[in-house]
Ligand binder design. Structure first.
Ligand SMILES: *Cc1c(COP(=O)(O)O)cnc(C)c1O
Length: 378
């Protein structure tokens, strides 16, 4: 076992840079323009072309993308947003940032994604938006709920932080007509260091999102330098994407076909190695259509012991995520969610990043099988 292989399996996640990112950041640094700049515009255009979406709005983080998307969808005080409890806490914080209340719902334990039936059951007169999370990179199909949502003018805001590059039917996620939010944080499928991207539904919504990200200022950055004043026409955040981050994203996007291939191959290797392992259920990510972000399993007995055994063996397992309806911050919106609570006790994510080799995956699968075998004889 080489040192790099050891370092590989000890990490649950890790950014992967291809090389050209370094020169791109240096060039941006030397340009002297660190706010939203021409490089950020270029990144927006390239992402829109890649997704085959009409336009995109770059922002400082995935959380900012969600916050701005909810505001653009008209979500505010007095409104409820239907959201899975089983997600990163950022999803829920974005709902609070918009001034609304989370209405937590269950996920399907097989996919860890929400389903139309549970969305329809959770509708109230206060519901203003539904916030599906594309867990692990898997697209969420809410077609069956669409008529009821459209009739009540309820927006769907997709948390696609895990799902950059994934497909829904023939389109990439982000090109399906939904209001979609991506994260380009350190360990996401594509990284800018930190960053996020919104895909608005209409040109009007794109305008609203651009003003919200840029302190409510109407004039685009390039035009502002040529006038003696500027117009602030409403509330706005400082949530632009720096050119330094955009430069990293441009360089990463040029290698995305390698990212896709590697992530699919790693996930498939895990799936083959973990077939028919007693006491284990692999969370299905729909790998043919997704660019997997995680490899998650449910450990049906003794998850905590298995987790610690693997950690002691140097395997960087994780738990994505502890359910949010059980978090102190969100206690006032708690409702019983037995399936989610069960999944919260079973979930374990395996090391999943592009530094891993096939041999690393084989070793993780091996250690996992061994740890589970000692559970079944307990
Ligand atoms: C990473 C992530 C976010 C937040 O994105 P940031 O870029 O870290 O702000 C939101 N939701 C989910 C599911 C995430 O994994």
């Amino acid at each position: 076992m080489t040192m790099t292989a050891q370092a590989g399996v000890s990490k649950n996640a890790s950014p992967f840079v291809y090389g050209p990112e370094e020169a791109a950041v240096l060039e941006a640094l030397r340009s002297g323009q660190y706010n939203h700049s021409g490089i950020t515009d270029d990144f927006e255009t390239r992402i829109a072309e890649f997704l085959e979406a009409p336009e995109t709005v770059a922002v400082a983080s995935g959380t900012a993308a969600l916050h701005i998307a909810l505001l653009a969808a008209g979500v505010g005080p007095g409104h409820e947003v239907i959201v899975p409890s089983f997600t990163f806490c950022a999803t829920v914080q974005a709902v609070l940032a918009a001034g609304a209340r989370p209405r937590f719902i269950e996920v399907n334990p097989r996919t860890l994604c929400i389903e139309s039936r549970d969305v329809l059951d959770a509708l109230t007169p206060h519901t203003r938006a539904v916030l599906p999370v594309l867990y692990g990179g898997r697209a969420v199909d809410l077609t069956d709920a669409q008529p009821a949502l459209a009739e009540r003018r309820i927006s769907v805001v997709e948390d696609a932080a895990h799902a950059f590059g994934s497909y829904q039917g023939p389109c990439r996620v982000g090109a399906t007509g939904a209001l979609t939010c991506f994260s380009f944080g350190p360990i996401k499928n594509l990284t800018c260091g930190l960053g996020g991207m919104l895909v608005p539904r209409t040109p009007h919504e794109a305008d609203i999102c651009r003003r919200l990200r840029g302190l409510g200022i109407v004039e685009p950055p390039a035009r502002r330098a040529k006038t003696t004043t500027y117009t602030v026409d409403g509330f706005g955040l400082r949530a632009q994407m720096s050119s330094l981050n955009a430069a990293i994203g441009v360089a990463q996007l040029a290698h995305f076909s390698e990212t896709e291939a590697k992530r699919r191959a790693l996930w498939r290797t895990y799936a083959a190695a973990l077939q028919d392992v007693p006491g284990l259920a692999l969370v299905d990510v729909d790998v043919d259509r997704s660019v997997p972000h995680l490899c998650a399993v449910r450990v049906l007995r003794g998850r905590d012991r298995v987790f610690h055994t693997l950690r002691e063996r140097g395997i960087g397992v994780g738990t994505h995520y502890p359910p949010n309806h059980l978090q102190p911050a969100f206690a006032q919106w708690h409702r019983p969610l037995p399936a989610t609570e069960q999944v919260g006790r079973e979930i374990m994510t395996l090391p999943f990043h592009q530094h891993l080799t096939e041999a690393d995956v084989a070793r993780v699968a091996d250690e996992l099988r061994r740890a589970l075998a000692s559970e079944t004889v307990r």
